[in-house]
Design a protein. Structure first.
Length: 447
């Protein structure tokens, strides 16, 4: 069965940075351009900058919690210490929803991506194969998984830099600002409404960077390496996000790139044409960004399931560690079962009139935002209730940084709930049902 009490500390600073960036980097490749359809290039730029300041404040605040309480459960461990079982459950369940529901969307994107090159490959079957491969890599060992994540993340970053370099000769600022308010020439009620609706797509640039917290227990020197990994990670992602937006929007009519899943290849096509070797390289190597995020989020959900089970929030079987590889193998498989079921449910389950997988990104974002709010409240509570706690990293600009994070989170939550009411009710339903199951587990454990 193996020891289920702790995970092996084996990760260095570079590997943690690779996890931080790799968890998110698929967001630079696809998904964000839908924000242009709602807010235009300039409106979405402002929305992205607002979300970026929220995430920057969040990362600085979150790092204090991560280094003070280096626990594989991450947010649930902080909330439990601050608010007890109920707080721990809400943070843990929200984080679990975020990390379990994101991989199916990315895996389906991998399947669709390969289907373009190999039409005989069924996207869903390819998506499941990708799941199985990266679950296996995560089971084999944390050092192997983290080294692979670092390698694939560096390749994905290089590919984004190559994209910017290739399209740079065709960049014109006038293209980017042309009708930059989605058809509006100035600030109007419609422009503000479009920026509000574009919030989820701006969040997609940074979603899941907090997953490094779930690797804290496996970091060799968490007090030193985690702050560096987080700060360098958010800086890397912000530069890449602004870079792909500016260069993609400045090469031609940006309206042609809104509402599509492959804005970067289409933008490059405007400059080099369809027969260029650069374009084919981007199409192939662009897969690395998707792979990095899929692999990283599988790592994240497995640690969350493991930590919740170890603390009695889920059945203890999920906290078992593989006797040879020292990884939470049952937790890895459990999250994969849910993800694979979501992939094959796409064509026959709908929510709010949309296919299931069309809503799982929104579900994931809802989980993230609820977790952000609870984490910031935990920071305030622990500063008050445990002022003598050892804090290797203390957030600068306290209390303004966590307050700004809370304000931004509330605005983002309001936006998503307003435009996604059905999926928001489903999210609340999951939290309610999960809490009932948690009470059953707790009761059976005390009998």
């Amino acid at each position: 069965m193996g020891d289920s009490s702790h995970l092996k500390a084996a990760l260095n600073t570079w590997q943690l940075w690779g996890i931080a960036v790799g968890l998110v980097i698929s967001g630079e490749y696809f998904g964000w351009s839908y924000g242009w359809a709602s807010a235009g290039t300039l409106g979405f730029l402002l929305t992205t900058l607002f979300v970026a300041t929220m995430y920057t404040a969040f990362i600085f605040s979150f790092t204090e919690l991560t280094t003070a309480i280096p626990h594989a459960g991450g947010p649930f461990a902080y909330a439990e210490r601050a608010f007890g079982e109920l707080g721990g459950y809400l943070a843990g369940a929200a984080t679990l929803i975020e990390f379990v529901f994101a991989p199916p969307a990315i895996a389906l994107a991998v399947g669709a991506y390969l289907n373009v090159q190999f039409p005989s490959l069924a996207p869903k079957h390819t998506a499941v194969l990708a799941y199985l491969v990266f679950m296996a890599i995560n089971i084999v060992g944390v050092r192997v998984a983290a080294s692979f994540e670092l390698f694939i993340t560096v390749l994905a970053i290089i590919e984004l830099l190559v994209f910017m370099a290739v399209v740079a000769p065709g960049f014109h600022l006038g293209n980017f600002v042309s009708h930059g308010w989605a058809g509006q020439d100035h600030f109007t009620t419609n422009a503000f409404r479009g920026m509000f609706a574009a919030v989820p797509f701006a969040i997609w640039f940074f979603l899941a960077i907090e997953g490094v917290a779930m690797a804290a227990e496996e970091a060799e020197k968490p007090a030193h390496s985690i702050p560096i990994a987080y700060i360098a990670g958010i800086g890397t992602l912000l530069v890449l996000a602004l870079g792909v937006m500016f260069f993609a929007g400045g090469v031609g009519e940006w309206q042609q790139l809104a509402n599509i899943n492959d804005p970067l290849p289409q933008a490059m096509k405007m400059i080099v044409g369809t027969a260029s070797g650069w374009l084919h390289m981007l199409v192939w190597l662009g897969l690395f960004g998707l792979v990095a995020s899929l692999h990283g989020i599988i790592f994240g959900y497995s640690r969350q399931i493991f930590a919740l089970a170890r603390s009695g929030y889920l059945p203890q079987v999920f906290s078992r560690i593989h006797p040879r590889f020292q990884t939470p193998w049952i937790a890895i498989l459990a999250g994969g079962v849910v993800g694979i079921a979501a992939i094959y449910s796409d064509s026959w389950i709908t929510i709010g009139g949309q296919p299931l997988t069309a809503n799982i990104v929104t579900m994931s974002v809802l989980g993230a935002l609820v977790m952000y709010a609870i984490s910031m409240l935990s920071l305030f509570r622990l500063r008050h209730s445990e002022p003598e706690m050892t804090r290797p990293f203390r957030v600068k600009l306290y209390p303004f940084a966590p307050i700004w994070t809370l304000m931004g989170t509330v605005i983002c939550l309001a936006s998503i709930v307003y435009y996604n009411r059905v999926i928001s009710l489903v999210f609340c339903g999951f939290l309610g049902i999960g809490y009932l199951l948690f009470r059953v587990i707790r009761r059976s454990a005390t009998v």
